[in-house]
Design a protein around this ligand. Structure first.
Ligand SMILES: [Zn+2]
Length: 430
């Protein structure tokens, strides 16, 4: 398929481009960027992108696709379908499946399943430890050779510091990054952020220290051995400051946050709203301000969704029993535009950097840019066009979103994956 995207504002931070121009796609790759190409007589699909932004497809490096084993929550087909509706053309999926993705066979299964039914590119993440039990290292080399792009015990912390050290050492040999879910289990026991709101609701509070103690530990271990670590879903002012200082010292640490940590506060839990229950928990306005500052000054490298679909029954229950996590793939771009770009925290180019360029670099995947010869993964949207979230209409199997009724901007109108139009004028093509 040949596609010409005309007159859009092309934002390609990796190549320093932000201008109105055309993009020509041929055989799945970008073959030209510019207006003066001679395409007379060439048969092709033309997309008029006047007034819209043309950006690299988003890369979400923290997604739970739930397959294999938990398909009642989500599967690779529905998860990647939700992804493309959100403008996400590549997802890295976490290994806390059933069985755990801790060996070559599961990595290979996920990749072949994605090739068969996926709407977006899927990059599996392998476990740090066998069964994510935190005892023995998983087969890191074997998984990396099979295509795992990172290792993580996400969902659980790696409690044993020596195991974390060995994970950083081994992963270096195979050039995959360790993604750390930072939580001190004993300190982290609870239902929501520790403070007045939790007390007023009679719920057990989770201290910020639960996250910060582990973030500090990981930074210290990485610094001691010259290792590399990526800290997942940071939510507190203290974590931002720890990472800011570590980066200044030259520690090889990167990190991510999620839209809910800059769009919501702990007050979203009021009324025992289980769709606001997550781990780490929603924090305070002071933390939200610090997260925005960390995004603005470059301390926080990436915005990821931590897309965590659950069955309705796992959320329609007492707050204390409800599962942690929310779906996020279909609302992340809209929240980024609303809470960061419209509020002057980030430019559109910086938002795309954090949602496409930096995750690609951290994972070492050839995505997140629009240069000639690159994979044609593209999202086209109007950043000023409003839309309203209706959680009953989400394409994920999980409807556990706290954003029902939110007015957001920039719903993707066209999404191209590997040179194929997957979303056309907001509609799924296949
Ligand atoms: Zn996690």
């Amino acid at each position: 398929m040949k596609i010409l995207i005309k007159n859009g504002r092309v934002i390609d931070p990796a190549n320093g481009i932000d201008k109105v121009t055309d993009i020509f796609i041929e055989n799945g790759i970008i073959s030209e960027v510019g207006e003066d190409s001679d395409l007379k007589g060439v048969e092709m699909e033309i997309i008029d992108a006047s007034g819209k932004i043309v950006a690299p497809g988003l890369v979400d490096m923290h997604v739970h696709l739930r397959e294999p084993g938990q398909e009642y929550k989500e599967d690779i087909e529905t998860g990647t379908r939700a992804a493309v509706f959100g403008g996400v053309t590549s997802v890295a999926c976490m290994p806390n499946t059933t069985p755990v993705c801790d060996n070559e066979a599961v990595v290979t299964y996920i990749k072949s399943r994605a090739a068969e039914v996926g709407y977006a590119n899927v990059f599996p993440i392998g476990a740090v430890s066998k069964g994510q039990e935190g005892k023995l290292l998983a087969e890191i080399g074997e998984m990396a050779f099979a295509g795992a792009v990172a290792i993580s015990d996400d969902g659980h912390p790696v409690e044993n510091s020596a195991l974390m050290r060995r994970a950083m050492e081994y992963s270096e040999m195979f050039d995959v990054v360790v993604i750390s879910h930072c939580e001190d289990i004993a300190l982290g026991e609870g239902d929501m952020n520790e403070g007045a709101v939790a007390t007023s609701m009679g719920l057990r509070g989770i201290s910020r220290a639960a996250e910060e103690v582990m973030a500090a530990r990981d930074i210290i271990v990485a610094e001691a051995i010259g290792g590399r670590v990526h800290i997942a879903h940071i939510s507190t002012k203290g974590s931002v400051e720890l990472i800011r200082q570590a980066k200044k010292r030259g520690v090889r640490v990167t990190c991510e946050t999620c839209p809910h940590y800059f769009a919501l506060t702990e007050e979203a839990c009021l009324g025992f709203n289980t769709n606001a229950k997550m781990n780490p928990p929603l924090r305070t306005a002071e933390d939200v301000a610090a997260i925005k500052e960390g995004l603005c000054d470059g301390t926080i490298d990436c915005i990821v969704t931590d897309h965590a679909p659950h069955h309705a029954d796992e959320k329609n229950c007492e707050f204390g029993y409800a599962k942690n996590g929310i779906v996020g793939l279909e609302t992340s771009l809209g929240l980024g535009i609303k809470c960061l770009v419209k509020e002057g925290v980030l430019t559109m180019g910086e938002l795309i950097e954090k949602m496409a360029v930096n995750p690609s670099r951290i994972l070492g995947i050839a995505r997140g840019e629009l240069g000639v010869g690159k994979a044609a993964d593209i999202v086209i949207f109007d950043p000023d066009k409003k839309w309203t979230v209706d959680i009953t209409k989400l394409h994920s199997k999980g409807k556990n979103s706290p954003y029902d009724g939110f007015e957001l901007y920039g719903k993707p109108e066209y999404v191209i994956v590997g040179g194929e139009i997957v979303i056309n004028q907001g509609e799924l093509m296949k």
